[in-house]
Design a protein around this ligand. Structure first.
Ligand SMILES: O=C(CO)[C@H](O)[C@H](O)COP(=O)(O)O
Ligand SMILES: [Fe+2]
Length: 226
């Protein structure tokens, strides 16, 4: 297998009042990562959680916290997110055109894994320099909905971006986020995505563990065997 599947339930769809228990439930059901959506009410028209919640959650889990920062000034969050115990720090390319090199370097120095995300309207070519940089990002997150809210409809035309990335970077972690579930995973896996964020399809299912394992099996089946 060239790249390993990472199934990341989006905690945005969890019961925030019981976050520690929800995180444990997802890990016990087979989640590889926990996807944490940080929104500032400015980059996107919604406000969620920040470093204090990551810090609280970190006391209850050793899971990989895959933090997706939908914020206008990601640089302002690096230090606090690192101290809070975030594992991955994925910022949006749309707000890091000038300073991405410094940002990636600071994310690494703060002990986190850097990733870059792109909105549906952003051309995939914009992230190539970040993947090929002197200090490269280690994951690209292709948004398959407009960022801001869970429960939206998957945009299949975003798979062209995933295909282009996979063709260019065979071992890169490529994450898809938004509207992923049993009815859309085949398209994403066939295009080459290996990190799968799923919120409403997991938390809304009668048996979330079955959805997690279905997502994993789809990614495994789509991988080349050599
Ligand atoms: O980044 C996000 C929204 O901006 C969420 O991670 C995403 O929407 C997950 O939710 P769902 O699987 O329900 O679409
Ligand atoms: Fe997300």
């Amino acid at each position: 297998m060239v790249v390993s599947p990472k199934i990341a339930p989006s905690m945005l769809s969890s019961d925030f009042a019981n976050l520690a228990a929800e995180a444990k439930r997802m890990v016990d059901l087979g989640a590889d990562w926990l996807h944490m959506d940080i929104m500032d009410g400015h980059f996107v028209p919604n406000l969620t959680i920040g470093a204090p919640v990551i810090e609280s959650l970190r006391k209850h889990t050793s899971a990989y916290l895959d933090c997706h920062l939908m914020v206008t000034n990601p640089m302002d969050y690096v230090e606090q997110m690192g101290k809070a115990g975030a594992s991955g720090f994925t910022f949006h390319v749309e707000v890091a055109k000038e300073n991405w090199q410094e940002l990636v370097s600071k994310i690494k120095s703060a002990g986190m894994r850097p990733g870059v995300a792109l909105k549906p309207g952003t051309p995939v070519e914009e992230v190539y320099p970040l993947v090929e940089g002197e200090i490269p990002v280690e994951m690209v997150l292709v948004m398959t909905v407009e960022p801001g809210f869970g429960g939206q409809k998957f945009m299949p035309n975003m798979m062209d971006k995933v295909r282009a990335l996979r063709q260019k970077y065979p071992t890169l972690d490529i994450e898809v986020d938004g509207g992923l579930g049993p009815s859309t995973i085949e398209a994403a896996a066939a295009a080459g995505a290996n990190c799968i964020v799923a919120g409403s399809s997991v938390f809304g299912a009668p048996e979330p563990g079955k959805v997690i394992s279905l997502l994993r099996t789809s990614v495994e089946k789509a991988q080349p065997t050599t």
